[in-house]
Design a protein around this ligand. Structure first.
Ligand SMILES: Nc1ncnc2c1ncn2[C@@H]1O[C@H](COP(=O)(O)OP(=O)(O)O)[C@@H](O)[C@H]1O
Ligand SMILES: [Mg+2]
Length: 853
């Protein structure tokens, strides 16, 4: 970026009658001194022969004063740098200013029939394309526009004059990011060669002169602006920068005043009325006057207001006068005595231009695609570099892609092992090998999830153990008799925890439904060994001795020696408040044991209870961290919101949940009845066995016949034994029915739980949406957002959470009353949330039906 004055140079038109007395050029000092007096003064001088130059001698300093200079000198000495700048990305503007006949067009365009005398424009095009062709590493695009401003109207010199006539006036616009000021609608032609560009230049000039004949407007009465737009970017694609610049080549209208114009036009015999000439002069003078005013304003230290918009010319040249541009003003003077007035006026403006400073820097715009590509490349390179580092550091397993759910599950399993580990050695062995910071972070994340789950479960369990222990009753410690039988079947099941017990009929306290199927456990770690005894295990009030205890009889399992398969039902697992077949063994017991002591979560407790989740405070559940803590009012409000949610957005899901719940309940009832049947049969068998045993003991022994005691039985005993066998068969059948019923019930319970989870998740999502749509930062007051944002305080007194209907309408109306502009926003938010909720539900639906298949 540089800060340059506008370069101002004076060129004299060669003439044999150069007023060398009046105009003194000092080529060394680059000055022009004009000795100029009024006509009266000149008459006086002529009369008295005395010169008084003190008042009428004006000395002007310029960057260059070129007297009798050739076209090549002008181009190479002055214009070349500006054109070069444009190719390098800095816009340029070259203007020729001066009275008609002073050589503006000659300087700018030159003599189109004479190569030596070609002007700045054709030379500039040659120059541009020389650079474009030389810089093979850069992709250039060159576009051209050519216009004329005549009587404050823009004419497109690249289209047929007839088109210009039909077109309305063109508007001048500004593209701040790229090309700066431009004329909207003007024909812009991309040119691939100097030839094409020159064709346009000359075609436009032809158009200008044709129009001159047709419309009887003279080219010297209009400003012409030939613009070359240059856009460039590196061909290698390494740089994402796009550099735009333009070169304005401006041939201004003759700056002479009206009187001179009239004289000249008359002299040249132009057949237009004085009115036309006056009108032209007025526009020209106006625009040049604004050009001067702009220049003057810009030459002040604090430019203040610059009247660019006052004329088309200054508006179009806005960024060429005081903007990011190299500007070269070529003031053309016709150094004859008769043109001294005009020369003075030209030099005055030119000297003002000397003081204008332009700030120049290349306009760079970032190409988003290139930026993206560059960043992708950088990421790829960095990954490669990291892999190399890893390889060197012998850490070849490190990956840099996000963890997949499977990987996360793997970490989770390992962490669970770690948690279950006994002693430092086991811990050491079970801890996942550390590979990277990224992996460490993921481990921490999974750990966090586990802890949150545990916390949530503990809260639920606490709540349940406080309020819901009754109905289901407590677990029953097994008696020695049945234990023996079971241990023969599956000793692992007999470690003494409630959840490993299956089927214990309790006359007073109901019965349990056994352990959850393994697939129903989200996390499975055998934590039974060191788990503190739960209430059930400590032997609560339900310590009936009559229950059968055994592992669920696996298909084809050989009968225990007493010939019985023992359904084992643990009491607490069927309790209405503790029905979950799905149990998170991991964690809950530990946390419960540590924090809750005696009220440690029962292994069979409800794992996912919507009531406990929503109770706020202690019962916050998984979402407690976000919503809990407050308990009391917050909890109540949230419960109310949840109830409303179940009637509204979550209606369908809730309906499913209720249906499944009802089904599970009916099935549970069936299982309960069947278990009673099974247990009754078992009791019957016990009794029969006892009677038979009794009978045998009482039977008179026949010591001389070995083994007859077993072989010989009376009719009663035979009946009893037959009955026992029959009962055993019935028992087996009943047990199978029970097992099937249990499996169905467990499936329903699991589905119920999943539905409940879905419902709560959906509710959480709903709350989040509402909270997101709570517009915390939108400047609206609490009142206005309340109706649409339960997170921000919903008005329950107005009927809760109906998503449709008059309440919603009333809420929107209130919003609209506050701020009309926000209405559309709120409406859009509502639509967005509704759509998202619908999508979430549909997804879950699809997921569920897939699962059930
Ligand atoms: N530096 C110069 N060298 C030779 N001829 C010139 C020069 N400047 C102007 N002329 C001639 O003077 C005449 C008027 O010049 P022109 O460029 O049309 O003036 P303007 O555009 O300012 O009205 C033309 O015939 C042109 O060839
Ligand atoms: Mg001209």
């Amino acid at each position: 970026m540089g800060r340059d004055h506008v370069k101002v140079c004076v060129r004299t038109r060669p003439t044999s009658t150069f007023a060398q007395d009046a105009i003194v050029i000092d080529k060394e000092a680059q000055t022009i001194t004009v000795n100029h007096g009024t006509l009266e003064q000149e008459a006086e001088i002529a009369a008295t022969g005395m010169h008084d130059n003190r008042q009428n001698s004006f000395r002007f300093q310029f960057h260059h004063v070129l007297h009798n200079a050739g076209q090549d000198t002008i181009y190479d000495g002055l214009a070349r740098d500006v054109v070069q700048g444009a190719v390098d990305g800095i816009s340029g503007c070259i203007m020729t200013y001066g009275q008609t006949g002073s050589g503006k067009t000659f300087t700018m365009s030159g003599d189109s029939g004479n190569y030596q005398h070609r002007g700045i424009s054709p030379r500039a095009l040659t120059h541009v394309f020389q650079e474009v062709n030389a810089r093979i590493e850069t992709a250039f695009s060159v576009n051209i526009t050519y216009m004329e401003i005549y009587n404050e109207k823009i004419f497109d010199l690249l289209v047929d004059p007839a088109v210009n006539a039909t077109k309305g006036d063109y508007t001048i616009a500004e593209d701040r990011a790229g090309r700066g000021v431009f004329v909207r609608g003007l024909t812009e032609v991309e040119v691939k060669s100097e030839q094409e560009a020159l064709n346009l230049l000359y075609g436009g000039e032809l158009m200008r002169t044709t129009a001159q004949h047709n419309l009887n407007k003279k080219s010297n009465r209009s400003h012409s602006i030939f613009t070359v737009y240059v856009t460039q970017r590196a061909k290698s694609g390494v740089s994402e920068k796009v550099v735009s610049s333009k070169l304005n080549l401006v041939d201004l209208a003759g700056s002479e005043r009206l009187k001179k114009a009239l004289d000249q036009e008359r002299l040249e015999g132009r057949t237009v009325s004085d009115e036309t000439i006056k009108k032209e002069s007025m526009y020209i003078n106006q625009s040049l006057s604004y050009l001067e005013q702009c220049v003057v304003a810009l030459s002040r230290r604090n430019a203040g207001h610059v009247p660019y918009r006052q004329s088309k010319l200054t508006n179009v040249l806005k960024d060429s006068l005081g903007g990011n541009c190299n500007t070269l003003l070529l003031a053309c003077i016709w150094g004859e005595a008769q043109h001294l007035e005009e020369t003075m006026s030209t030099l005055r403006l030119a000297s003002r231009m000397m003081r204008v400073q332009n700030e120049t820097h290349a306009l760079e715009v970032l190409d988003p695609m290139q930026t993206l590509k560059k960043q992708e490349r950088t990421i790829r390179d960095l990954k490669q570099e990291l892999l190399m580092h890893d390889a060197l550091a012998d850490r070849s397993r490190v990956v840099y892609d996000p963890y997949t759910p499977e990987q996360q599950q793997g970490i989770r399993r390992q962490l669970e092992k770690f948690v279950a580990a006994q002693g430092p050695e086991e811990e050491e062995a079970s801890f996942p090998p550390l590979e990277s910071v990224r992996q460490m972070r993921e481990i921490c994340r999974v750990f966090k999830t586990l802890i949150l789950e545990v916390q949530g479960d503990a809260r639920s369990a606490l709540l349940n153990s406080a309020g819901g222990m009754g109905e289901g009753g407590l677990a029953t410690p097994e008696d020695g008799d049945t234990r023996e039988g079971v241990e023969g079947g599956n000793p692992n099941k007999m470690q003494g925890t409630a959840d490993t017990l299956v089927g214990s009929m309790e006359p007073d306290n109901g019965f349990g439904l056994g352990r959850a199927p393994d697939h129903a456990r989200p996390v499975t770690v055998d934590s039974t060994r060191d788990r503190p005894l739960s209430r059930q295990q400590q032997g609560g009030r339900g310590g009936a001795s009559s229950a059968f205890m055994a592992g669920a009889p696996p298909a084809g399992q050989s009968e225990p020696k007493d010939g019985l398969l023992s359904p084992v039902l643990s009491a607490s697992e069927v309790g209405d408040d503790g029905p979950s077949a799905t149990k998170r063994h991991f964690g809950r017991s530990r946390v419960g044991g540590g924090a809750g002591g005696g009220v440690q979560a029962p292994a069979s407790g409800t794992t996912f209870n919507d009531r406990s989740l929503l109770a706020g405070g202690a019962g916050g559940g998984p979402s407690g961290g976000r919503w809990g803590g407050g308990g009391g009012v917050v909890g109540e409000a949230k419960s109310a919101m949840y109830e409303a949610f179940k009637q509204g957005v979550g209606r369908q899901l809730n309906g499913e949940l209720l249906a499944t719940k009802a089904l599970a309940k009916a099935q549970k009832e069936g299982v309960r009845e069947q278990a009673a049947r099974v247990n009754a049969l078992k009791k019957q068998i016990d009794q029969l066995q006892a009677t038979v045993r009794d009978k045998r003991l009482k039977r008179p022994s026949l010591p001389d016949v070995k083994g007859t005691a077993d072989d010989v039985m009376d009719e009663d005993e035979f009946k009893l034994v037959t009955q026992e066998r029959e009962t055993k068969r019935n028992y087996k059948e009943a047990f199978e029915v029970l097992a099937k019923a249990k499996a169905k019930m467990e499936a329903s319970a699991q589905q119920e739980e999943e539905l409940r989870k879905d419902l709560i998740q959906s509710f959480d999502g709903y709350l989040e949406e509402k909270a997101e749509g709570g517009f915390e930062e939108d400047g609206l007051d609490i009142d206005s957002r309340a109706p649409l944002s339960p997170g921000g305080g919903i008005r329950w007194d107005e009927g809760g959470f109906e998503d449709t209907g008059s309440l919603e309408q009333a809420a929107l109306t209130r919003v609209a009353d506050k701020d009309q502009n926000s209405l559309a926003f709120f409406q859009a938010q509502k639509t967005r949330i509704a759509t998202r909720n619908q999508n979430t539900l549909a997804l879950k639906q699809a997921h569920r039906s897939k699962r059930n298949r």
